[in-house]
Design a protein around this ligand. Structure first.
Ligand code: PLP
Length: 379
């Protein structure tokens, strides 16, 4: 089945009771048993719920994996992965990680004795320099947030395989429409489904997909034991959003490209970060592991003036100033004061998150209107 069919049919079957074409919302916590232990496969909704199960099959199908798991948020999904580890274990991760992931790692898991190495991964060979016998996980995010750096998943996978380390990839920015990490050798793919998968800025949710059965069993055990699941109503909304993922992504990519080029030619813009430019340091890797370049574009103004950047995001009308990304509507963000405020200024500037950096999540509106809005806001 091709990807554009999987978004609609992947892992789905019509409702067994009445043939409903859309999966019913099984708003129930528990399930009748005829005699103790005899039931239809469902006992309690933390463990299994039919609407969530339908969604988990969709996740698995989209990412070419065998097992999908849905969580109450993207961070809950990463948290489940971290619970595979124990005190003394080490993790190698990228130094321009999503701010919330960085906070989870450093503020929660460091105090449980897990050690993290945050390194520049634009040259993935560097990962191997940090591997030792305690290394249990390599955690990659590509494209990264908000600098749109590209990390070579295949290379990271070959290092992980060589040393028997798990490789997890946060695929939130690319989505399986553009990039399928399991096929490139990753062990775990993770999503903040809150973003492009849901696509309508109305559900907070996380996803994991794996191929290996043992790993899946360990993760299902954690999912059930820790309990950070999502509800049936949200599962339904997510399934509904996923049905249009391919058409939305196609338009996000088209509009993203147009906006990136517009900004690149603007006299008041110093630099535009978008992996589709040939001048992007990892453009070739982006081209080889992604089918297009996505709808995220970041830029820095000339003079790197904080006040000027604030003015631009205030002036934008169609691009709503808000956290998050990946919805049908365009959003703008100022990472230094918003999404990445929890990363110390010194750390953040090392990775390019300077005071005037603005991040755009380019939506699927008419591109002429988006360009007009940028024009009036930048002046
Ligand atoms: C938003 C986001 C997360 C966290 O997901 P939540 O659903 O907000 O918990 C993780 N990684 C990336 C890249 C994100 O954009």
């Amino acid at each position: 089945m091709k990807f554009n069919t999987k978004t609609i049919h992947g892992g789905q079957e019509h409702d067994k009771a009445y043939g409903a074409v859309m999966p019913p919302i099984y708003q129930t916590t528990t399930y009748a048993q005829t005699t103790p232990g005899e039931h239809k496969g469902f006992q309690y909704s933390r463990t299994l719920n039919p609407t969530r199960s339908a969604l988990e099959k969709s996740f698995a199908s989209l990412e070419k994996g065998d097992f999908g798991l849905a969580f109450g948020s993207g961070l809950a999904a990463i948290d489940a992965v971290m619970k595979l580890l124990k005190s003394g274990d080490e993790v190698i991760s990228t130094n321009d990680l999503y701010g919330g992931t960085y906070r989870l790692f450093t503020k929660i898991y460091e105090s449980f004795g897990v050690k993290f190495h945050f390194i520049g991964m634009d040259n993935a060979d560097r990962i191997e320099d940090y591997v030792n016998e305690n290394t249990k996980l390599i955690w990659v995010e590509t494209p990264t947030n908000p600098m749109l750096n590209i990390i070579d998943i295949k290379k990271a996978a070959s290092i992980a395989k060589k040393h028997s380390i798990l490789l997890g990839v946060d695929n939130t920015f690319a989505t399986p429409y553009l990039q399928q990490p399991l096929s490139l050798g990753a062990d775990i793919v993770m999503h903040s489904a809150t973003k492009y998968l849901g696509g309508h800025s109305d559900v907070v949710m996380g996803a994991l997909v794996v191929k290996d059965e043992d790993l899946a069993e360990r993760l299902y055990y954690i999912q059930n034991s820790s309990g950070a699941i999502c509800g049936p109503q949200d599962s339904f909304l997510m399934l509904r959003g996923i049905k249009t993922l391919h058409v939305r992504m196609q338009r996000h990519c088209e509009n993203g490209k147009a906006v990136a080029h517009y900004l690149n030619n603007h006299p008041k813009i110093e630099k535009v970060y978008w992996p589709g430019f040939e001048s992007h340091p990892n453009h070739d890797i982006a081209k080889s592991q992604m089918s297009d370049f996505g709808g995220m574009v970041s830029f820095v103004t000339k003079g790197n003036n904080y006040q000027q950047a604030i003015k631009i995001v205030e002036n934008l009308k169609l691009f709503t100033l808000a956290e998050s990304l990946g919805g049908v509507e365009s959003l703008s963000g100022h990472p230094a004061s918003m999404t990445h405020a929890s990363i110390p200024k010194e750390e953040r500037e090392k990775t390019g998150i300077v005071d005037s950096l603005i991040r755009l999540s380019v939506g699927i509106e008419d591109v002429d209107d988006l360009m007009e809005d940028l024009k009036q806001a930048i002046g």
